[in-house]
Design a protein. Structure first.
Length: 473
């Protein structure tokens, strides 16, 4: 009996030592105030990294498919079998089957639905309804994926994980685009300069590519700012590699904007730096951000080739660019005027989505050109109905971003800190999208809806974190 008791004491002591060792390891890995809601528990993550959710993985893969769009250029044989539609149907089924929550009634979702209805009404009463079906269908797919995001993402960690998947996809996209540009000379010669293009056809134009990069920058900064909170449960090597990977994307983003020779992209990047400067609440911090921003911009200017410098200089000096570049800049103003003429003639529903170019060529100024700006496209194509519902949708997104910050203000907890940082990133991305809308027609661009979903989920999880904290106190 004495021997048995000694064995039991030995086992108990060994167990206590092991538990103490595990606790010590957890303390070393998890930052102070570690929060399982953001890091995920063992039942949620495999190896502390990978979410155990088939619906989330399908949504993440769809993000990659949507950005890279392999059926357009890389693997055109996929277009013959409608691969993207087959995958989308499978994803929707997986999300509906695996969803553990129902849709909540909120202003954001209502605004998304209302703008979609506005787009549909503009197509129904379009000047040429046959031109509206394809853009209407494309926007329908965006709205469906908005709901997929709302249902597939179940935790704050999964929300941040999907943002990381978005940046990883953008990094792969830009790496491939630069490979094609330098190795296969796949760029175009336009406006008197060589310009890098994308690896698909929908968003591959230099200006559209630059817009994609600029809008992604707030998400890159967000991931860097919360890197320790997001990766604390990861293996040590992965934790150390994560910020380096973000640095690689930063390098790809800056060089790619320069290679597109997009003046709107260059201005958008400068605006991003200015937004970063004004994030600091204290004067000293703002000055530090301003100094860092100036250093980055100066270093970028120093290493820019003469061709890119001349392209940027043409923003204020028309003589620094060929005549067609000046005509292109003036075309944005003319596109706005054309859109306002359409709005004046069809104030309620516009000429219909997809009809801008055709109506302009036939009844405005004879030019079969797009609006090249957000306001002209929005009012010209969808009229007052589309304009008001779009403003409501964007306003709801910005309101959600503000609410997240209000909920998190003055409260402890890493989940709230992460969600507040995401809300700021979404807000800045919306500002950049609106700014880029001065130079390009981006009303039906996917970013508006993705940011709407991110901000809504951030608000829901922030409110949930506060309720849980109150329940535990």
């Amino acid at each position: 009996m004495a021997s048995v008791r000694q064995d039991e004491k030995h086992v108990s002591g060994t167990s206590q030592i092991m538990e103490a060792s595990v606790a010590k390891m957890d303390t070393a890995v998890c930052p102070a105030g570690g929060d399982a809601a953001i890091s995920g528990s063992g039942s949620q993550l495999k190896n502390g990294v990978w979410p155990r959710s088939a619906a989330l993985w399908m949504a993440a893969f769809y993000v990659a498919l949507f950005i890279i769009r392999p059926w357009e250029v890389l693997f055109p044989e996929l277009a013959a079998i409608r691969f993207e539609r087959i995958y989308a149907i499978c994803m929707i089924v997986a999300v509906l089957v695996g969803s553990r929550s129902s849709l909540r009634t909120d202003l954001q979702t209502a605004a998304v639905i209302l703008f979609f209805i506005g787009v549909g009404i503009s197509g129904l009463f379009a000047w040429d309804a046959s031109l509206s079906w394809e853009p209407f269908y494309e926007y329908l797919t965006l709205v469906i994926f908005y709901f997929v995001l709302i249902l597939a993402i179940r935790t704050p960690y999964q929300l941040v994980f999907l943002v990381a998947c978005y940046i990883i996809t953008m990094a792969a996209y830009l790496a491939k685009a630069q490979w094609e540009y330098f190795v296969h000379d796949a760029g175009i010669y336009d406006m008197g300069v060589h310009r890098m293009v994308g690896i698909e056809s929908t968003f591959s134009s230099p200006n559209s590519l630059a817009m994609s990069i600029v809008v992604s920058m707030p998400m890159l900064l967000f991931l860097y700012s919360i890197r320790k909170k997001f990766t604390w449960s990861w293996p040590r090597l992965w934790r150390k590699a994560f910020p380096w990977g973000l640095g690689v994307y930063l390098g790809l983003a800056i060089t790619s904007v320069a290679l597109t020779n997009s003046r709107s992209g260059m201005l958008g990047f400068i605006l991003f730096v200015l937004l970063l400067v004004f994030r600091g609440r204290r004067v000293g911090r703002r000055l530090a951000y301003l100094a860092a921003g100036i250093v980055v911009l100066l270093l970028t200017w120093v290493v820019l080739p003469a061709e890119q410098k001349g392209r940027f200089r043409s923003i204020w000096d028309p003589t620094a660019a060929p005549p067609n570049a000046t005509v292109s800049a003036q075309g944005r103003e003319r596109g706005l005027k054309a859109g306002l003429i359409m709005f004046e003639r069809f104030p309620l529903t516009g000429v219909g989505i997809g009809s801008f170019q055709s109506y302009r060529a036939a009844h405005v100024d004879g030019g079969a050109y797009s609006a090249h700006n957000l306001v002209g496209q929005l009012l010209g194509e969808t009229g007052l109905v589309g304009g008001l519902t779009f403003a409501l949708m964007v306003g709801a997104t910005l309101t959600n971003c503000r609410k997240v910050r209000v909920v998190a203000r003055g409260r402890d907890g890493q989940t709230l800190e992460v969600l507040s940082a995401l809300a700021v990133a979404c807000r800045d991305a919306i500002i950049l999208l609106a700014f880029e809308g001065l130079f390009g027609h981006n009303v039906r661009r996917f970013n508006w809806l993705w940011l709407a979903a991110f901000s809504l989920l951030a608000l829901q999880y922030a409110q949930q974190a506060v309720r849980e904290k109150r329940a535990n106190t």
